[in-house]
Design a protein. Structure first.
Length: 193
C-alpha cells in the first residue's frame, strides 16, 4: 500500500467515526424502537466485496452468511461500512427533525463518505473499484481535496449540532457536498450502483 492510500485511509476512518458519532446521536433513539430495520445483507456483502472497504475494516472474517454484519446490538463493523449505510434515512428520521434545515443537514451528514470517495476512477467511487492493485495507482489529489471538503463539512455540522451556529461561509461549504440520488430503500440504492 502506498503512502497516499495509507494517509487517505486514516482520514477516511476519522471521517467515518465522526459521522457515526453524530448519526448515532441523532438517529439511535428511533432506530432502537424500529420494527423494520433497514439493514440488508445486500449492503453487508458490499463490505466484503470491496477491496477498499476491506482494507478499512479488516473484519471480513466476521461476515455471517445469514445476517451479514448485523448483530443483536447493531452493525458489528466499527468502520468500513458501505457508504450507502450512511446515506439512507427513512421518512421517520426526517419527520422527527426539528425543521427543514435540520433535515437538510442530516442528509448532508449522510453524504460525506460518498462525497469524499466519488469519481476515484472515472465515475466509480473508491469502494466500487474491484481490483486491489488499482487502489495504489489512483491519483489521490482529487480524492484528498474531496476528503478535505467532507472533513470540513463534518466540523461545521458538529458545531451546528452543538450550538446551532451556521454562518454564510459554513452554508457555502456544505453546498460543496454532493448528495447522492435518493432511493426508497438502501438495498435498492445498493443494487442500482
Ligand atoms: S433508519 Fe429508519 S428504517 Fe432504518 S433502522 Fe432507523 S428507524 Fe428503522
Ligand atoms: S450498517 Fe450496513 S454493513 Fe452494517 S449491518 Fe447494516 S447494512 Fe450491514
Amino acid at each position: 500500500m502506498n503512502d497516499a492510500l495509507k494517509t487517505y485511509i486514516k482520514q477516511y476512518i476519522e471521517l467515518e467515526s465522526g459521522m457515526q458519532e453524530l448519526v448515532l446521536k441523532k438517529c439511535s433513539s428511533l432506530c432502537a424502537q424500529c420494527t423494520s430495520v433497514c439493514c440488508d445483507i445486500v449492503m453487508c456483502v458490499e463490505a466484503i466485496k470491496s477491496p477498499f472497504l476491506k482494507l478499512v475494516h479488516q473484519q471480513a472474517d466476521q461476515f455471517d452468511e445469514q445476517n451479514g454484519f448485523l448483530s443483536a446490538t447493531g452493525c458489528s463493523l466499527k468502520q468500513g461500512r458501505p457508504s450507502v449505510c450512511y446515506e439512507y434515512f427513512c421518512d421517520n428520521q426526517f419527520y422527527f427533525q426539528p425543521d427543514d434545515l435540520h433535515a437538510e443537514i442530516l442528509q448532508t451528514l449522510g453524504a460525506l463518505l460518498h462525497h469524499a470517495t466519488k469519481d476515484a476512477k472515472s465515475d466509480l467511487p473508491l469502494e466500487d473499484i474491484m481490483q486491489e492493485e488499482d487502489l495504489d495507482l489512483l491519483d489521490f489529489q482529487q480524492l484528498e481535496s474531496q476528503m478535505a471538503e467532507s472533513l470540513q463539512a463534518l466540523d461545521i455540522i458538529r458545531t451546528f449540532y452543538r450550538d446551532g451556529t451556521l454562518t454564510e461561509d459554513a452554508r457555502n461549504a456544505l453546498k460543496l457536498i454532493q448528495i447522492p440520488e435518493e432511493f426508497d430503500t438502501p438495498a435498492e440504492a445498493s443494487a442500482q450502483r
